[in-house]
Design a protein around this ligand. Structure first.
Ligand code: FES
Length: 105
């Protein structure tokens, strides 16, 4: 069952400028590409690094530590040294509020 949690307003999330959201059990990185919104685990799958501190270029988040890249739409690793995927979360926007589904596996 979905568990939607409001995590930010549309105004807080600037395009190409990821936002870290700290929830009870997980840190999530939010992304905006034009009028599309995405969410992934904040922690890089390669080592200890916050993806919200990385550079978003198109749909690819570039890890600030070693330059691994992930597709924010799917969580798929796209560039060495990252090879394991990261978790993605369903996102919806209602009015000016951004929600993520934290029950997604
Ligand atoms: S910590 Fe992200 S690529 Fe190494």
């Amino acid at each position: 069952m979905a568990k939607w949690v409001r995590v930010a307003s549309v105004e807080e999330l600037k395009e190409q400028n990821p936002l870290l959201v700290v929830l009870d059990n997980e840190d999530v990185a939010l992304y905006r590409v034009k009028d599309q919104y995405f969410a992934t685990d904040d922690l890089c799958s390669h080592a200890e690094a916050s993806l919200a501190e990385g550079d978003l270029k198109g749909y690819l988040i570039h890890c600030p530590r070693h330059g691994g890249q992930f597709d924010v739409r799917t969580g798929e690793a796209k560039h060495f040294p990252a090879y394991a995927p990261i978790r993605t979360y369903p996102v919806k926007v209602e009015g000016h509020d951004i929600f993520i589904d934290t029950e997604r596996d």
